[in-house]
Design a protein around this ligand. Structure first.
Ligand SMILES: [Ca+2]
Length: 195
């Protein structure tokens, strides 16, 4: 994959990274399942314009399970139509911690394979974040060890999927947004405790 394309995608995601709290009860559990709206993919033009594209089926996220386990953060996204694509694909998750800092993890791939990991700048050491992609069951699973985040007391998470074309046009869906907006990241889950 071409570095400049990845760079544009990263900039697009980070620049628009604004999130809100999902409506829900106070944090008492380590897991949240969110059913996302279908037909809510946004098309982002090279000039930054956001347009609804309800007829597109990929990358439409339909259901996501966020889990804060003893050792790992796990985000499992189910898609309406997950297929291996020749263009650049990406899956990402953003984590907020009690200290107010936000960490971004992303994986980028095409028909040639997958790469990625942590891309935010405040990282001082490698992180063993992993992704698994199941095309048969339309499922993507992202795992980030809690040690990558200094074992936080709680986290809030969001997740996204992107499909980017050679001409710079990007299609994306947020796992928790519920409708097309001009915000790429969020809303964030409520606080999820480990356990
Ligand atoms: Ca969706």
């Amino acid at each position: 994959m071409h570095v400049s394309r990845i760079g544009r995608l990263i900039v697009g995601i980070v620049v628009t990274a604004v999130g809100f709290t999902l409506v829900g009860p106070p944090a008492t559990a380590q897991e949240l399942v969110h059913t996302d709206q279908t037909g809510d993919i946004a098309k982002v033009l090279r000039n930054g314009t956001f347009l609804a594209d309800p007829g597109r089926t990929y990358p439409d996220i339909v259901r996501t399970r966020f889990a804060h386990l003893d050792d790992d953060l796990v985000v499992r996204m189910s898609f309406r139509d997950l297929r291996r694509r020749g263009e650049l694909n990406s899956f990402s998750m953003t984590v907020r911690r009690p200290d107010g800092r936000q960490r971004f993890f992303a994986w980028f791939g095409s028909s040639e394979g997958w790469g990625g990991g942590e891309l935010i700048t405040n990282v001082q050491r490698p992180c063993d974040a992993e992704i698994s992609i199941d095309y048969r069951d339309d499922m993507v699973r992202m795992v980030v060890p809690r040690t990558c985040l200094n074992d936080p007391r709680w986290v809030r998470m969001s997740a996204e999927a992107d499909l980017t074309f050679q001409n710079g046009t990007d299609f994306f869906d947020s796992a928790t947004r519920g409708r097309m907006t001009n915000l790429k990241v969020g809303p964030f889950t409520r606080r999820l405790l480990p356990g």
